[in-house]
Design a protein around this ligand. Structure first.
Ligand SMILES: Nc1nc2c(c(=O)[nH]1)N[C@H]1C(S)=C(S)[C@@H](COP(=O)(O)O)O[C@H]1N2
Ligand SMILES: [Mo]
Length: 151
């Protein structure tokens, strides 16, 4: 399964294995999310390796937000500062994860458990301060984030 990763004008499609292998900080997800099992990679250090590899925005700022979009069009946009403990879960028992295949985001210490997006297919590294300092989430083109918060 390939993940679409984009930043600025660049979009690549990488197999999950390739995306995960880039991550310099590999961890057991249980170290950050008690009770959850599997291999994960840290998000912000992954980004450091990503810019080195893609050679872009080397002098630039880190992203303002991470946006992830799932196979069911659930979408979350998360301020970069919330991602200090964030990790992508990608493997369990040497196999792709079952719940949340192919990639599941966890945001420990984030503003909401709703940000633990399952079945991530698209990852966008955004540089847009106008998106604000509050995480948002919801089904693309269907419910507003406020609708979901009420639920
Ligand atoms: N792809 C996808 N991920 C999702 C959702 C969703 O509807 N689709 N719901 C979110 C919400 S609102 C919550 S509260 C958590 C629930 O996680 P759980 O299924 O492990 O309880 O998943 C989040 N991740
Ligand atoms: Mo939720």
């Amino acid at each position: 399964m390939e993940i679409e990763i984009s930043e600025g004008g660049t979009t690549v499609r990488w197999p999950v294995s390739q995306m995960a292998a880039l991550g310099p900080l590999q961890l057991d997800i249980g170290d950050r999310v008690p009770g959850v099992v599997g291999k994960a990679f840290d998000v912000t250090s992954w980004y450091g390796a990503w810019i080195t590899t893609t050679g872009q925005t080397e002098t630039g700022e880190p992203p303002t937000h991470l946006q992830v979009e799932a196979s069911d069009e659930f979408c979350a946009t998360i301020p970069w500062e919330e991602l200090g403990q964030a990790a992508f879960l990608y493997e369990e028992d040497g196999k792709p994860i079952q719940k949340g295949f192919p990639l599941r985001l966890y945001v420990p210490n984030g503003s909401s458990a709703c940000l633990n997006v399952k079945s991530v297919l698209k990852v966008r590294l955004l540089h847009d301060l106008s998106l604000g300092d509050e995480a948002t989430y919801g089904y693309k083109n269907r419910l507003s984030p406020d609708d979901l918060r009420k639920g």
